[in-house]
Design a protein around this ligand. Sequence first.
Ligand code: SF4
Ligand code: SF4
Length: 161
Amino acid sequence: MQDNKRVIEASDLIPAVRAAGENTRFLGELREILTDADDAVGTYGPICRECGKCCDFAKKDHRLFVSTGELALLTIITPPCAPSPLHCPYQLALTCTARQFRPLGCRIYYCKRAANALFNDIYERFHRRILSAHPRCGVPYYYTELTSGLVDLGPDMGFKR
Ligand code: SF4
Ligand code: SF4
């Protein structure tokens, strides 16, 4: 998941996410890719009890990386909590409040080890499509850890603080 990762400054990330969020063609393509990813995962019938534990990155010692476009899509809606390192502000009482807009990694991750080996390949396949949609639609591509990206965007995206 960390291929193509670039170290990024908030001063670069903020205008890139804003440009992605204003590009309706790009957002449409991105949503199509994410729907295809849902379908690809769905064919394997993975079981999720929706306990929300995998969204607690600090406890799970787990990191989720996202592209510019995934941040733009996710931040279409305002989260219920303020962003902070390793805490996703979209989780409320163990429930994701941004299900329709959540990034690829949230759709692909399952806590069963066997499923994850399989889903890593699906992640790579759909991440490549997301990656190539960026230059094709004129959107700068960055790849950053989800919660640090949201913290960087916080003041600009009007998050509650
Ligand atoms: S993937 Fe596993 S840890 Fe994550 S919500 Fe589902 S059951 Fe819980
Ligand atoms: S966007 Fe939703 S699924 Fe993804 S980490 Fe946040 S609460 Fe969990």
